[in-house]
Design a protein around this ligand. Structure first.
Ligand SMILES: CC(C)(COP(=O)(O)OP(=O)(O)OC[C@H]1O[C@@H](n2cnc3c(N)ncnc32)[C@H](O)[C@@H]1OP(=O)(O)O)[C@@H](O)C(=O)NCCC(=O)NCCS
Length: 172
């Protein structure tokens, strides 16, 4: 556990990721072996929390996506245009290194993803996540994301809600 300050930036070649160990082999291997290729192909963007020594303490990925209106809660879908789907941002992966768990970094990375998505110039209605298991879904639920009726492991948050919270925060 560590309470040192982190910088939240886009992943680059200088960032040390060989030692990254989140407890999920799949998420660790993705960061070490796959993410750079996905970035080059523009199928994912990756943002990291790095220590002063440039070590990756946590990361998440974002990509554009769409969500079917029929998958959204009825009350949300009712307020949207009558088309089959709406644009969204998908947070495909989120992981924190075991040395840095429990100090708020996972929450900070999620907040950073929501802020970037809400501030993006290209419109997206919501951030969506596919939790890898129930524990991960509980983490997202704890932070206010809403479970989609279509799947207990798929959650979303309207980005208008995030933008509203951000402007309430700045006008205080
Ligand atoms: C899930 C994960 C990202 C959480 O990161 P973390 O840095 O340890 O979490 P934080 O310290 O930011 O926790 C922030 C808050 O979430 C809560 N929280 C953490 N894990 C939680 C869980 N599984 N269920 C409910 N709440 C949880 C904490 O209690 C804390 O609450 P508080 O702010 O009210 O005190 C991390 O455990 C991880 O990398 N897990 C393995 C990969 C994974 O499951 N990724 C999920 C995406 S599929």
């Amino acid at each position: 556990m560590s309470a040192q300050p982190f910088r939240l930036v886009r992943l680059d070649a200088e960032h040390g990721r060989k030692r990254f160990h989140s407890g999920s082999t799949q998420l660790d291997r993705y960061l070490r072996e796959q993410v750079s290729q996905d970035i080059r192909r523009r199928v994912a963007a990756c943002f990291v929390a790095v220590t002063n020594e440039q070590r990756v303490a946590g990361y998440y990925t974002l990509a554009s996506a769409s969500v079917e209106l029929s998958d959204l809660p009825e009350a949300t879908a009712k307020k949207l245009p009558r088309c089959p789907s709406v644009p969204a941002v998908r947070m495909g992966r989120l992981a924190v290194d075991r040395d840095f768990k429990g100090v708020g970094l996972g929450g900070a990375l999620l907040a950073d993803a929501l802020r970037r998505s809400a501030q993006a110039e290209i419109a997206a209605h919501a951030l969506i996540v596919d939790a890898k298991d129930e524990t991960a879904a509980d983490f997202y639920g704890h932070h206010g994301l809403i479970v989609l009726p279509s799947s207990a492991l798929r959650l979303f948050l309207p980005l208008a809600t995030v933008a509203g919270l951000m402007s309430a925060g700045t006008s205080r």
